[in-house]
Design a protein around this ligand. Structure first.
Ligand SMILES: [Cu+2]
Length: 547
């Protein structure tokens, strides 16, 4: 927690019920959101650099970057810690613009001379180009020259941008990025009711609102509480090695003043990708923070966190040459729109008609916006481990169902079980639990002394540090009872994990990954590739998306 956050948290602590006080000090790392550069004119450059893979390889690549470092205020979310935009990054800088406001993008071609011309396509917009030379699909920038594209984004949503010059090679080399268009009008439904309450609850627990906007589209059905951007792509390292060899040969030829030098001619078939990436990084690198200094050319991560009940906007783009059947475990994804086209019902203008997807399968160039949420409804046990017979006020928190059955009332806005599914409130899962959670349920958990749970699964059926620690009979919560059994009988399970420690995060971890299992490897080694963990956290764990 940074000092400014700490001050805010302490202030809030005084205003809230004391049960929250301990919990507010638990937060540590920061996560993801949809970071980018918000502006109306962008100066980009196309350059070469090496991107890092978790097997230790550094892959020669081409990418878009910032011709000059943007001003600090251009980076969004504005609370992002130490953001940067290098002269080359994969994916390219995420461009964040507003519907109806004209945009200009100046692209300077600083690729090695042997790479030839380059360009950017902005599919879905009517683009005017000034400067450059005529290419197959758009005006192109010859080596060391600039072309400028101008357009007015006519509809909101997430879209891809990528090279329109020798695209089979240049896109493979890394020349792609995302453009997010924010709606010019925010529907009232997205700033009132439950949408507004979520901002209040975030504030109550010391969190900041990291959204780019309260709505993805100008529709009351497109409100969201949290957002993540995922760009899927793959790399065939043989193509990159061949490109580098030819670039070097052409440069040597020109340096020797040879009258005729060869043109770049890199075969892009047969295609055997070995790296499968989310936002330019393979697992586990994708779960490191945004703007990590060890990835100077891969600034964006893939590390989603959410609280129960939050409407989470997923901005998803297929940037490579393969189709990627990406599976978000925990729920399906309701698609709002594709390529910036909101999918409305043909018979009812107020209803959306996007599909509910098990895997959000992206074909090359396809972008989609969808809503994911997780509530715990249907688990058939109380994930907070409430115990009506406890003397601990947290164990006895109330659950007052709203019209939909969830704990969302004003009283619940400072309770860690905000948005609990009340039909399962107080329902025990274990026959004879160790600690201060209700017993008499159907389940006898395996002996934690003979299990290894791995890096992510804590072995606990309980959500959040309070419930998880009460379930062990060993709690740091001053109100927990019995809190003195630490180290005594019943203090062992659940064991907790390195990545998901029971004393701080203790969320439910869900693997989000490509369902083409070839793609969850890094250079043929499992696990790796197009995979990340999504964490559902109860409210006492502060989700910090500042980087
Ligand atoms: Cu799966």
């Amino acid at each position: 927690m940074r000092a400014t956050n700490m001050k805010k948290a302490i202030l809030k602590t005084r205003l809230l019920a004391p049960m929250v006080a301990v919990a507010l000090l638990l937060t540590a790392t920061a996560f993801a959101a949809a970071p980018g550069i918000k502006a109306t004119s962008f100066a980009l450059t196309a350059q070469a650099a090496y991107v890092s893979q978790p097997d230790g390889q550094m892959i020669y690549s081409w990418g878009y970057g910032c011709a000059q470092a943007p001003g600090a205020s251009a980076f969004v979310p504005q609370t992002t810690t130490a953001p940067f935009c290098n002269t080359m990054q994969v994916p390219g800088p995420t461009l964040i613009v507003t519907e109806g406001v004209p945009v200009s993008v100046a692209l300077t071609n600083n690729l090695p001379v042997g790479a030839g011309n380059t360009s950017i396509l902005f599919p879905g917009f009517t683009v005017n180009a000034t400067g450059g030379v005529q290419g197959l699909l758009t005006q192109e920038a010859a080596p060391n020259t600039t072309v400028t594209y101008t357009f007015t984004p006519t509809s909101p949503g997430t879209r891809a941008y990528y090279s329109g010059t020798q695209s089979d090679l240049q896109v493979e080399m890394g020349m792609y990025g995302a453009i997010i268009v924010l709606p010019k009008t925010i529907p009232t439904a997205c700033t009132t009711g439950l949408a507004a309450a979520n901002v209040t609850v975030e504030g109550n627990f010391g969190e900041t609102d990291f959204r780019l906007a309260p709505a993805a589209y100008n529709s009351p059905k497109a409100c969201y509480d949290r957002e993540y951007l995922f760009q899927f792509s793959e790399i065939d390292p043989n193509i990159h090695t061949q490109a580098l060899a030819q670039i070097n040969a052409i440069a040597a030829c020109k340096a020797a003043s040879t009258p005729i030098c060869p043109n770049l001619d890199v075969p892009t078939e047969p295609y055997h990708p070995a790296y499968f990436m989310i936002n330019g990084r393979s697992m586990p690198d994708d779960m490191d923070p945004n703007y990590s200094p060890q990835y100077p050319h891969q600034p964006y991560n893939g590390n989603p966190h959410m609280h129960p009940g939050e409407q989470v906007l997923l901005r998803i783009i297929g940037q490579g040459r393969w189709q990627h059947p990406f599976h978000e475990h925990g729920n399906h994804v309701r698609i709002l729109g594709r390529d910036g086209n909101l999918i409305q019902s043909a018979t009812d203008a107020n209803s959306l008609a996007g599909p509910l997807l098990f895997t959000t399968t992206t074909t090359p160039g396809l972008a989609m916006d969808g809503i994911f949420y997780w509530t715990g409804r249907g688990l058939n046990w109380d994930p907070y481990g409430h115990n009506p017979n406890s003397t601990d006020p947290v164990a006895k928190l109330s659950c007052i169902p709203d019209a939909n059955g969830y704990n969302t009332g004003v009283a619940a806005q400072s309770q860690i079980n905000y948005y609990e599914w009340c039909a399962d409130h107080n329902k025990p899962v274990q026959v004879a639990p160790f600690g201060d959670v209700a017993g008499g349920g159907p389940v006898t958990l395996p002996d934690a002394n003979i299990l290894t749970n791995g890096a992510w699964y804590g072995g606990s059926p309980y959500l959040g540090p309070n419930a998880t620690q009460r379930a062990t009979g060993c709690s740091s919560d001053p109100y927990a009872n019995p809190k003195t059994t630490c180290g005594g009988t019943g203090s062992t399970p659940p064991s907790g994990t390195i990545a998901n420690p029971p004393g701080s995060e203790a969320g439910f971890a869900f693997m989000w990954h490509s369902h083409n299992e070839r793609e969850i490897t890094t250079n043929n080694i499992f696990p790796g590739g197009m995979m990340m963990m999504m964490l559902v956290d109860s409210r006492e764990f502060q989700i910090d998306e500042s980087n």
